[in-house]
Design a protein around this ligand. Structure first.
Ligand code: KIV
Ligand code: ZN
Length: 502
């Protein structure tokens, strides 16, 4: 790395609200876009690409609203090198217009049906028009990595002469390698004297590596999206890029790392694109340890198996009890849950956990607590008990749940409605819990334990409360609704017990 002239800081151009929204199946409402933009600003991104105004009037309105939120970040709108796109982007009152036109042979011949001269002319006229609105202009040569390098340099040189403030090199179909990206940026740098960005797609799983390759070549801005969402296989994942820059290269960004996990979850919940458990930095398993060797290491010194600490990115360390579990991990997990066991008792807990693991069961902290309680012989009293549940659902009826709960010896009966019977039941539980416990359902997963219509359903839930406690729990029943309600009631008990202990 010695021979590389690395920048001390890289700017982050976030395109979650534009390329990220181009993820198949994703469509955000203007309010959702605003919520994400506000969180991106808290996260500290330098530039927010708020959208592509020409796509719809709703999109243009959302971009304009975001531009007028008074955020710290520079707000940008995308426009083709086409008059009507640029005029509309300017009407959205953004700080920056990001214009683009394709420069690869295949795009010019098959999509644009334009010659090289026509493309250069259009790119230049687009930049000049955008500049005439008094905004900053960033120019992208779409499919740059599959373009003829000589022609690419000609285009970039021409747009910079026309006033482009920054240029971007997109690897539109994820066809580059880190080395190629480094060389390409270096070559382009020889003909332009404005900051260079890179915009990498993940078709080959190399978007993050290629973005960093671009930085090695002299790029000082990276286009990225939260959770790596975007067209097809997505874009470079923002959280991975910024962590790799800091930990592997010592390069700063303006990102507030502690907001990464929260931002990731917000984007996942609003876009409906869930984060895979094994996703770096923000996946559920990124800081989860199951095997005995690993948990022992982490309990002794977290750096043994955690290259970065979960707190740094606003996440939490989790010890999972399963068939690979070891004494130290389970002991730590139990002590976090408030249980102190003798050596013999601990041995027995581990035996049972491994037994469950061999049967393919996931052992949540509720199971672990139940096992520990049964072994210690001091069963914790269930404060909330489900006594009765009747649900109505079907075609052309409003799904309703009538619930009978016992809370600390007192009986409560209530009914509520929802989008489905499980939603109605959870709403009813929330109502009954009232001031005692405000909880939020973080995760709800339904799994069938066996096949067939008589399958046992297993629901795994994760609940959080307003004091930052998070618990997971499981409900099992041959009735899907009941399994969900059992899981939520168990988790509510768990939360109450945790709060009492604290
Ligand atoms: O992938 C791409 O080429 C783009 C451009 C619009 C920058 O998203
Ligand atoms: Zn893109």
């Amino acid at each position: 790395m010695k021979d590389l002239k690395l920048p001390s800081q890289v700017r982050i151009f976030d395109t979650t609200l534009r390329d990220g929204e181009q993820t198949p199946g994703v469509a955000l409402t203007p309010d959702e876009k605003i919520r994400i933009a506000q969180q991106l600003d808290v996260l500290g991104v330098d530039i927010i690409e708020a959208g592509f105004p020409i796509t719809s009037s709703g999109e243009a309105n959302a971009v304009k609203k975001i531009a007028n939120l008074g955020l710290h970040a520079e707000i940008c709108a995308l426009a083709r090198s086409v008059e009507k796109d640029i005029e509309l982007a300017a009407l959205c009152e953004v700080d920056t217009i990001h214009t683009f036109i394709a420069t690869s042979r295949i795009h010019m011949e098959k999509k644009l049906r334009m010659s090289e001269d026509e493309v250069v002319d259009k790119a230049v006229r687009g930049v000049e028009l955008a500049k005439s609105y008094g905004v900053k202009v960033e120019f992208s040569a779409e499919d740059a990595t599959r373009s003829d390098i000589k022609f690419l340099k000609r285009v970039y040189k021409a747009v910079v002469e026309a006033g482009a403030d920054r240029i971007d090199i997109p690897d539109t179909v994820g066809f580059a390698t880190p080395h190629a990206m480094r060389i390409l940026v270096k070559e382009v740098r020889e003909v332009v004297n404005v900051p260079i960005a890179v915009h990498c797609h993940d078709d080959m799983g190399l978007a993050v590596a290629n973005s960093i390759g671009g930085v090695e070549g002299g790029a000082t801005e990276i286009h990225a999206t939260i959770n790596g969402i975007g067209e097809r296989a997505g874009n470079a994942s923002l959280e991975e890029v910024v962590i790799a820059l800091k930990y592997l290269y010592g390069i700063r960004t303006n990102i507030n790392f502690r907001e990464l996990y929260k931002t990731s979850r917000l984007v996942a919940s609003l876009t409906g694109i869930t984060v895979p458990p094994n996703k770096a930095i923000v996946g559920d398993n990124a800081f989860a340890h199951e095997s005995g060797i690993h948990t022992h290491g982490v309990v002794s010194s977290p750096q043994t198996y955690e290259p970065i600490s979960p707190e740094e990115v606003g996440a939490r360390r989790v010890f999972v009890a399963g068939k690979h579990a070891g004494t130290h991990g389970i002991e730590k997990q139990l002590s976090d849950l408030g249980y102190v066991l003798t050596k013999e008792q601990l041995k027995e807990v581990i035996k049972r956990v491994k037994n469950l693991g061999d049967k393919g069961k996931k052992v949540t902290d509720v199971d672990l607590a139940r096992i520990a309680e049964s072994i210690i012989g001091a069963g914790t009293e269930q404060k909330v008990k489900l006594k009765e549940l009747v649900v109505v659902s079907g075609l052309n009826v409003t799904p309703t749940a009538s619930l009978h709960l016992e809370i600390e010896g007192k009986e409560y009966k209530i009914a509520d409605y929802g989008v489905g019977p499980i939603d109605a039941s959870i709403r009813a539980i929330k109502q009954v819990m009232g001031g005692r416990l405000h909880f939020k359902l973080e995760d709800f997963r339904l799994e069938a334990i066996t096949g067939g219509t008589d399958a046992l359903a297993e629901v795994l839930v994760r609940l959080s409360d307003d004091q930052g406690n998070v618990v997971s729990s499981r409900g099992v029943s041959e009735d899907i609704v009941l399994a969900g309600v059992y899981a939520v009631v168990n988790a509510a008990n768990r939360l109450l017990q945790k709060r009492e202990r604290e």
